[in-house]
Design a protein around this ligand. Structure first.
Ligand SMILES: [Zn+2]
Length: 470
């Protein structure tokens, strides 16, 4: 039997080095055993274009190796393997090209996400069924672990692909153990699939908080007539669109499995390619290529075009009318999007059903603050957290903002929350846990292993802790 690895001439020097391994791994995945008499050969497709760059921009091109079985008149396609981008591109070097990837100006999403639409398109054009005969293969895994192969954005993307059923053939080359403090649940190369919507949300928001300069997409949840509805604020500027494409596809899949409602909101973004342009441009919609791939994949989702969430404003008005500064949903959304690890700050428990958002400075204490008390907060502190920026002097607005600010919140399990709210212990402004001498011995015993809270204490959080202890 002859197996053929087919790829384009603009990638051939790079893929010549890996095609045999790729074919072996893919066949193994499909439970096809290679016999001694079998052979693996390559077949290089010439694609039009005056040089490698033009060839790679040709719509026909994709970063794929198409594996065929040569057994009859039609070489039957067995599967397709999507290949990542590489810094050590043999073909480009051969043409005198210089790669800057891996240096400061490199964007990690170019490694896997950019071009992923072409891989999926090739797959859908050639294999018109959804039986998971698309695999991926990572280049440069042998390079140092500070390269983009090991960047958290890509690590999450590997997990998204695996969750969606697209196996990465050489995923065992990645050592996942060093990411275990980052992810909500510990993982290894055999155990990468996201099994829970909320764990994926948690990892996405944690990743976002690491990339604050980039301001990526984020999620909010609201309760409407007793049902929780999730909103994913989706940004699609340049490479973000492909990262987001994998994220929303996976989120939609998990939400559907769990009976959750998830809406995708298209988020307008200002951008300006040339610094001298004074008028910023705005993203208007999903890009054509994203729209086309979503349609081809038959993913059920509709993107709502709205740059501001109307719900948030209505919610504020409602609370204002009732003079009610407590808004647990807003507090929770703010805490989720702060990216703080979603686990009890005392015991580390991360079971969703018993994890709660606790105020540091309680709502009743905030209600009791006088104007003079509020003026003791540094002005930029209040300005930074104000919910309604048009109404800076309004006392309700200030109290509402204080009550629902992420720095006034910590994750606690139900037990530690209850004990905190009933003053069985308090958290010092340096994070130390203090149990009063007068407490019962069973309370002391229950809390004895928790010396301080696990999350990092911001300056604002410190202020809330100080006030809470007064
Ligand atoms: Zn706990």
């Amino acid at each position: 039997m002859e197996y053929i690895a087919e790829y384009y001439d603009c990638n051939h020097l790079t893929y010549d080095k890996i095609y045999e391994e790729v074919v072996k791994l893919a066949l193994k995945q499909l439970n096809i055993t290679l016999k001694n008499s079998d052979s693996i050969n390559n077949s290089i497709i010439t694609i039009s274009g005056k040089n490698i760059y033009a060839k790679r921009s040709n719509p026909e091109h994709s970063r794929t190796i198409i594996i065929r079985k040569k057994d009859d008149v039609n070489d039957k396609i067995i599967c397709i393997v999507g290949i990542t981008n590489t810094s050590y591109d043999e073909d480009k070097q051969n043409e005198g090209g210089k790669y800057v990837y891996g240096k400061k100006d490199y964007h990690a999403n170019t490694y896997l996400s950019q071009g992923i639409n072409k891989i999926f398109e090739k797959y859908l054009d050639l294999i018109k069924s959804n039986d998971n005969r698309l695999f991926f293969y990572l280049l440069d895994t042998e390079k140092p672990d500070n390269t983009y192969v090991y960047n958290k954005t890509n690590i999450i993307n590997y997990r998204l692909l695996e969750t969606l059923g697209f196996h990465i053939l050489n995923i065992d080359k990645i050592n996942f153990s060093k990411y275990n403090s980052f992810f909500t649940s510990s993982i290894d190369s055999n155990n990468l699939k996201y099994t829970s919507f909320s764990k994926l949300i948690n990892d996405i928001t944690r990743l976002n908080s690491n990339n604050s300069g980039n301001n990526p997409s984020y999620i909010k949840e609201y309760e409407d007539k007793g049902e929780v509805i999730y909103y994913y604020m989706c940004k699609v500027l340049s490479a973000q669109q492909y990262d987001n494409f994998l994220k929303i596809w996976t989120l939609k899949t998990l939400a559907r499995n769990e009976g959750k409602t998830l809406n995708i909101i298209f988020y307008k973004e200002k951008y300006n390619y040339r610094k001298n342009d004074s008028i910023p441009k705005e993203t208007k919609n999903m890009t054509k290529s994203l729209e086309s791939i979503i349609k081809k994949l038959n993913i059920e989702f509709e993107i709502i075009k709205d740059d501001k969430l109307k719900y948030e404003k209505d919610d504020y008005r409602k609370h204002r009318k009732k003079n009610d500064i407590r808004n647990q949903t807003l507090l929770k959304n703010n805490l989720i999007n702060s990216g703080r690890k979603k686990e009890c700050s005392l015991c580390g428990n991360n079971i969703d059903d018993i994890l709660e958002v606790s105020h540091i400075l309680g709502v009743s204490k905030i209600n009791d603050l006088t104007d003079a008390d509020i003026n003791k907060f540094p002005p930029d502190f209040i300005n930074d957290i104000l919910i309604d920026n048009s109404n800076r002097e309004d006392v309700f607005n200030k109290k509402y903002s204080l009550a629902n600010c992420e720095d006034n919140a910590i994750w606690l399990c139900a037990n530690h929350h209850k004990l905190y709210d009933s003053n069985k212990y308090h958290i010092c402004s340096n994070g130390k846990i203090e149990v009063s001498e007068e407490e019962s011995s069973e309370i002391k015993e229950y809390l004895k292993d928790h010396k301080s809270i696990s999350c990092k204490i911001s300056d604002r959080m410190k202020k809330f802790l100080e006030l809470a202890n007064n």
